[in-house]
Write a protein that binds this ligand. Structure first.
Ligand SMILES: [Fe+2]
Length: 134
């Protein structure tokens, strides 16, 4: 059973953002799978590397979108992004040093993703919709 299950409540209605969010859900699930018995450390490392790389790209897409429309909560939104990137880089460093990184990490990432989309991303979605109505 995947830990990050996509549902319509995560849909923003913005195709590129929804596609990227779905890829992030898949990437978190792949990382969770890589912690299962019989999976190599290399696979876990590759999954985390991909997740981090893709997350950074996705945040850039969102931040450009928010900047372009003059979204007033850009700074605090970017701060949440930066915190997550720091956290993921910390995990990457732990893994590189051979320190234990457990499956709980993926639960944290899945929860963060769901919270962030529902509570934070939806802020710019509402703003974009309101702007489009004007
Ligand atoms: Fe975001």
């Amino acid at each position: 059973m995947p830990i990050a299950i996509w549902s319509t409540r995560f849909e923003t209605g913005i195709p590129i953002i929804d596609a990227q969010h779905k890829t992030l859900f898949d990437a978190v699930n792949r990382l969770a799978d890589s912690f299962k018995a019989g999976t190599s450390a290399t696979q876990a490392k590759e999954s985390l590397d991909f997740l981090l790389k893709y997350t950074v790209e996705h945040f850039q897409t969102e931040e450009k979108f928010m900047k372009d429309m003059g979204y007033p909560k850009l700074t605090s939104h970017m701060a949440e992004h930066a915190q997550l990137v720091d956290k993921a880089k910390g995990l990457q460093a732990r893994m590189a040093e051979g320190k234990p990184v457990t499956v709980e990490v993926t639960t944290f990432l899945a929860d963060w993703l769901k919270h962030h989309i529902n509570e934070v991303d939806m802020g710019y979605v509402e703003f974009a919709k309101a702007a489009a109505r004007k």
